[in-house]
Ligand binder design. Structure first.
Ligand SMILES: Nc1nc2c(ncn2[C@@H]2O[C@H](COP(=O)(O)OP(=O)(O)OP(=O)(O)O)[C@@H](O)[C@H]2O)c(=O)[nH]1
Ligand SMILES: [Mg+2]
Length: 328
């Protein structure tokens, strides 16, 4: 019982769409205390049948490209269109520092105050894999709370884009208006993940540069294998600052949803994502058990030292520890 609240009460609050209950439920799934974890799992089990109805959208881009400004505007359009929107963030730097995206508080003020919106910063601490699992669970909770659109905001560094792509239906990539050398610097792998590319900050002096960048990204896209045979990735400009092109972006997302749903691709993506998630949960759980095992713990330090010194090959070392672990 986290903070003295019963699972059925919490579940009822979430299903009623209460933002406070949702926030509490997410805090519960983020907790690493064993008794909280047990309650979190039963909560997720109760709520799972109510999940799955939202459009799950990843919004990614390098630091400072305008993600928060964009989401603030975008969220307003989504809400004006009669929907409720939840925004979850993944910030790999916060897993290291224990902090979370502070600037967002100020840049999403409008959205934060809106009853139809729910904003949640990154789960802090833990491994990147742990953050991914908690974010996936948070998505389910937001869906159970009746949110129509769930945005996963992620900083385009490290593994976080791949992670965000693996838990959403659509990957929106925000890029800065630049070309030539800077375009070369964008990792090809990120472009490959994109279902929609937006060159932001297309305002003032940057308008022609943004337009040129659009042309270059379109060319770049021709060189890679499309993520789906039913969708050719649109590339366009927008200005989050001036609210230009943002409602078009929402229209494109709706169109994408219709097309991909019709071809069964959303269901297909979700099924393989769920299987991958299962696999990583099994791996994580096994590793946790392994590392907590007293026999393993007793020998691990010495074996690690021998491996570091080069006196024991890692393969042999791993095999020995695993044999030890599995021997009843
Ligand atoms: N000119 C212009 N500036 C913008 C636009 N969108 C965002 N900015 C500015 O760019 C800066 C960074 O914007 P954020 O929205 O915080 O960017 P972010 O991608 O969320 O940044 P991180 O959270 O630090 O990764 C701010 O000063 C914004 O005002 C835009 O469309 N045009
Ligand atoms: Mg931000």
């Amino acid at each position: 019982m986290a903070g003295g609240i019963r699972t059925d009460e919490l579940a009822a609050g979430v299903v009623a769409g209460e933002r406070r209950a949702l926030a509490r439920a997410i805090t519960l799934v983020e907790s690493t205390l064993p008794e909280h974890r047990t309650q979190a799992l039963s909560l997720l089990e109760v709520l799972a049948p109510k999940a799955g109805r939202a459009m799950r959208v990843a919004i990614s881009g390098t630091p400072g490209v305008g993600k928060s400004t964009f989401i603030e505007r975008f969220g307003t359009h989504v809400i004006d269109d009669g929907n409720r929107i939840a925004v979850l963030a993944i910030d790999p730097s916060s897993t290291l520092s224990g902090g979370s995206i502070l600037g967002d508080k100020t840049r999403m003020e409008l959205l934060t105050r809106n009853e139809a919106a729910f904003i949640r910063p990154t789960p802090s601490g833990g491994t990147l894999g742990g953050v991914a699992a908690r974010t996936r669970e948070a998505i389910l909770l937001c869906e159970a709370a009746g949110f129509d659109v769930v945005v996963v905001e992620t900083v385009g560094v490290g593994q976080s884009e791949t992670m965000a792509a693996q838990m959403t239906d659509m990957f929106v990539l925000l890029l800065a208006p630049a070309g030539g050398d800077e375009l070369q610097g964008i990792k090809r792998g990120i472009i490959e993940l994109a279902d929609l590319i937006l060159v932001n900050k297309a305002d003032g002096d940057l308008v022609p540069i943004a337009a040129k960048a659009v042309g270059e990204y379109r060319l770049a896209l021709q060189l890679i294998r499309p993520r789906s045979e039913h969708w050719s990735v649109p590339v366009s400009t927008c200005s989050a600052l001036n609210d230009v092109g943002i409602s078009d972006c929402w229209q494109t997302i709706c169109e994408y949803r219709t097309v991909m749903h019709t071809h069964g691709e959303i269901a297909h993506r979700r099924a393989s994502q769920a299987q991958a998630w299962l696999k990583s949960e099994i791996n994580d759980a096994l590793e946790r058990r392994f590392r907590a095992d007293p026999r393993v713990r007793a020998r691990l330090k010495d074996i690690e030292a021998a491996v570091a010194k080069g006196t024991l090959p890692p393969t042999t070392a791993a095999q020995r520890l695993i044999d030890e672990f599995l021997n009843e």
